[in-house]
Design a protein around this ligand. Structure first.
Ligand code: AMP
Length: 174
């Protein structure tokens, strides 16, 4: 399947959730059985052989392909969640948004020094969320961190500002 076919199956919703935002809806990609299979195969080909032990998904759209990819790679899956959702002891990271601040959390015992981590989310816009997720994961001192998105919005230049040692890759660049 071509990347064009994947792109055709993304639903772009104007003015959602607020006026002026073009929302890239990936539920239509996941709905199509061939697209879902293609995403799984593409992600597997991108990350096989890198020794990844944990896929870490960001709430909530990172919870869909994240576990699928973890299964393919023979890795575990770890959720990063909004405050108050994880039941055991957590560590957290706050970050600035356009209006105000947000916080994300991970279980303190989720990762260790032997882990090679693939952080995954559906879409890279400004990169604020993922950069905070990188900082959060690094507090648990894993061996290596990779970052992945299904879609990267090029014109927002969200890739800038990631530390050099973090490899940031996307399935689709729009
Ligand atoms: P950012 O921190 O700006 O990179 O925003 C990334 C997070 O917000 C991801 O979890 C995305 O799912 C969501 N997001 C931001 N902008 C969009 C958009 N235009 N379409 C769909 N999701 C978006």
């Amino acid at each position: 399947m071509s990347k064009e076919r994947l792109v055709e199956n993304i639903r772009v919703v104007p003015d959602f959730p607020i006026p002026g935002i073009q929302f890239y809806d990936v539920t239509t990609l996941f709905k199509d059985a061939q697209c879902l299979r293609e995403l799984s195969d593409t992600l597997y080909e991108m990350y096989k052989g890198r020794g990844i032990t944990k896929v870490v998904g960001i709430e909530s759209r990172g919870f869909i392909m994240g576990p699928i990819l973890a299964t393919r790679l023979g890795a575990g899956f770890i959720p990063i969640r909004k405050p108050g959702k994880l039941p055991a002891e957590t560590i957290e990271q706050s970050y600035a948004k356009e209006y105000g601040e947000d916080t994300i959390q991970i279980h303190k015992d989720a990762l260790g020094p032997d882990d090679v981590v693939l952080l995954h989310d559906d879409l890279l816009a400004t990169g604020g969320t993922m950069k905070a997720a990188c900082e959060l994961v690094k507090k648990l001192r894993p061996k290596k961190v990779y970052v992945n998105f299904l879609i990267e919005l090029k014109e927002l230049n969200g890739k800038a500002g990631f530390e050099n040692e973090v490899e940031v890759e996307s399935v689709l660049s729009l």
